[in-house]
Design a protein around this ligand. Sequence first.
Ligand SMILES: Cc1ncc(COP(=O)(O)O)c(C=O)c1O
Length: 354
Amino acid sequence: MRFEITVEKVKESRISEFDPQNIGFGKMFTDHMFLADYKNGEWTNPRIVPYGNLSLSPATSAIHYGQSIFEGMKAFASSKNNHDITIFRPSDNAARLNRSAVRMAMPEIPEDLFMAGLHQLLEIDRAWVPRTEGGALYIRPYMFATDDYIGVKVADNYCFAIFACPVGPYYNKALRVKVEDEFSRAAPGGVGFTKCAGNYGAALYPTALAQKEGYDQILWTDPIEHEWVEETGTTNFFAVYGKTVVTPSLTNTMLAGITRDSVIKGLRHLGYTVEERPISITELIEKQQAAEISELFITGTAATLMNLDGFGRNGTYYSVMETPNHEVSTAIKTFLDNIKLQKSDDPMGWNVVL
Ligand SMILES: Cc1ncc(COP(=O)(O)O)c(C=O)c1O
């Protein structure tokens, strides 16, 4: 291996505090984490240490100037071999982290360092992968600038880290989304296609306003006309018209979801027609009025696949649940779940088995 990872294990595991029947999301972390430092133009000191607080200078540049990016991925307990776990498409997350890094003027992570850290962490904390229905180990790789320096410039020093938390299902009901026509998530030429921390901070206020109005999430539209559907806060969007599935084509204001890509490829594999093209709100309203929308659903690593109850725009709510027929979303969810849990073959070669 090109990178020698040092390992310091916990004296006593916290796993007895973990109740697999009552997991929640993002509240409990596994025993260890992976860290590496970027200094003098190279990645150094890769290490597994007990999960715990980091010590940072008050001038840490990520806090002030926002060079901070992250990923989200999942590992699953195999239903085939008791000891095995599967990681879903990790090299796609490594590649997306590096696309974010380039745009944010941060150093890229060599894929072999990303994978070595990930594998070793999961090897050590494998007992934390839930075996309960709908459970998974959520994995958070991230990188941030650590210069102890005040002044806006590209930082010289960075920390790359990976930690993991056992999670249960994210949402457990059909969601109501608000079509956003005032605020924007991202601008052309900006950083919408990256997973930089600022994208999420900027979305919190409009999302809180939408939640006050009784919505679960925002359905973001393009920042110019507020007419073209983009995505929700943490998921991509799909509509089903009979046997045809449509999803907005990617732009540089949207995140290229790995679940989105898996859903498109999986549906095509199952024989459905999937169109990637611009989708207007006008089209969605017309289709809803003509009762031609059979399903709306959103997809993401954390949320997996969630059906929408409907969407609201300018005080009018358009429900799709009056014609509930979740044939397509159920088919693709089952297809993907069976691959992740090794209940079926993996025709696309998406799993890494550990
Ligand atoms: C803004 C946004 N869109 C879409 C997604 C879905 O991406 P993925 O399927 O890779 O989790 C995410 C989650 O990472 C996200 O944060």
